[in-house]
Design a protein around this ligand. Structure first.
Ligand code: SF4
Length: 319
């Protein structure tokens, strides 16, 4: 425990030195809830009765988020290439680009050329999780569909980097394999990307599967203490890499993590298409932190940090 306290102190010092006292807020916007993959842990796998937003419906959701203050939006979609087409994405992105400062994608892997086209339309960021870096386990969790190609997925951040994306966010879905192994692989992957795409901002997310009584039970559950240790160790190994925490985690844990190295957070998230307009579509997973954006901002301020909506609000101190 003494060792954890000591690395937590180091992590906090390094985060203050390189990022100051700011937390960048972003929000996911789901485009659909249907997918051709069969990831054994996901609520969208084999979803019958799908929902997908039209471009106008996306704009209506986005307007609600803009009015709340969000300027960073993360577009999320399951793999349905016949419906979530390049033309659809181009249309959505170019219209969002008129208002939002940053648009990131968390969708199925694309080719370098497709990323280039979307970059031109206004996308600047990619979130792609390898889910697990363990090849054998990866095969078991992704038995079929395009996602079963481990290498194509692993090379995705590089295709986006070559296309010009300047925000690249990677992660492992915690609970699928030993957290110590994922920690080591994530650190290596982030270091490699940082070196290769030194102009891009590299960040790491910590999506964690919990045993919620649903059909999939994570075989390598990660405790709160282990999650904290993982975040602190990554901060010490990679002092200038952004660390991202979603609303999968509880309000209490998220508030405490603000002090230890987290630099970006989502807030008031919905994980279904049309969720902000109160549509009753199937959600990908239940969020734990259900506070409103205003409540999250109050909590961040109470810790002595400033919630910000734009990167240029934040004092990045580099190094
Ligand atoms: S995790 Fe992603 S790729 Fe897998 S089934 Fe769910 S939406 Fe599809």
């Amino acid at each position: 425990m003494i060792e954890l306290e000591s690395i937590a102190e180091q992590a906090q010092e390094l985060t203050l030195k390189h990022f100051g006292r700011t937390i960048l807020l972003y929000v996911p916007l789901y485009l659909n809830n249907e997918c051709d993959n069969e990831c054994v842990y996901c609520g969208f796998a084999n979803n019958e009765g799908s929902d997908m937003l039209s471009v106008n419906q996306v704009m209506a959701e986005a307007e609600l988020l803009y009015q709340k203050g969000f300027r960073h939006v993360l577009l999320v979609a399951g793999e349905k290439r016949d419906k979530i087409t390049l033309e659809y994405l181009q249309d959505v992105v170019s219209r969002l680009h008129e208002k939002f400062e940053s648009i990131s994608l968390e969708i199925f892997p694309l080719s370098e050329e497709e990323y280039r086209i979307l970059f031109e339309a206004g996308v600047d960021g990619l979130t792609i999780y390898q889910e697990t870096y363990n090849r054998e386990l990866y095969k078991q969790y992704h038995p079929s569909g395009p996602k079963s190609d481990y290498d194509y997925r692993l090379e995705t951040p590089e295709r986006a980097g070559r296309a010009g994306f300047y925000r690249i966010n990677i992660g492992a879905l915690l609970g699928l394999a030993s957290w110590q192994d994922e920690l080591a692989a994530l650190a290596e992957h982030a270091k490699y990307l940082k070196k290769k795409f030194w102009r891009s901002q590299i960040s790491i997310s910590f999506p964690r599967l919990k045993d919620s009584g649903a059909r999939f039970k994570p075989p390598y559950p990660v405790s709160d203490t282990q999650l904290v240790e993982m975040i602190c160790r990554l901060r010490i190994m990679l002092p200038t890499v952004g660390l991202v925490m979603s609303t999968r985690e509880s309000a209490a844990l998220r508030d405490n993590l603000i002090l230890l190295g987290i630099t970006q957070m989502s807030a008031e998230s919905k994980t279904s298409p049309g969720g902000y307009s109160n549509c009753q579509a199937k959600e990908q997973f239940a969020v734990s932190d259900q506070r409103s954006l205003a409540e999250v901002m109050v909590a961040i301020s109470a810790k002595g940090y400033e919630p910000v909506f734009k990167d240029w609000d934040r004092a990045f101190i580099g190094g």
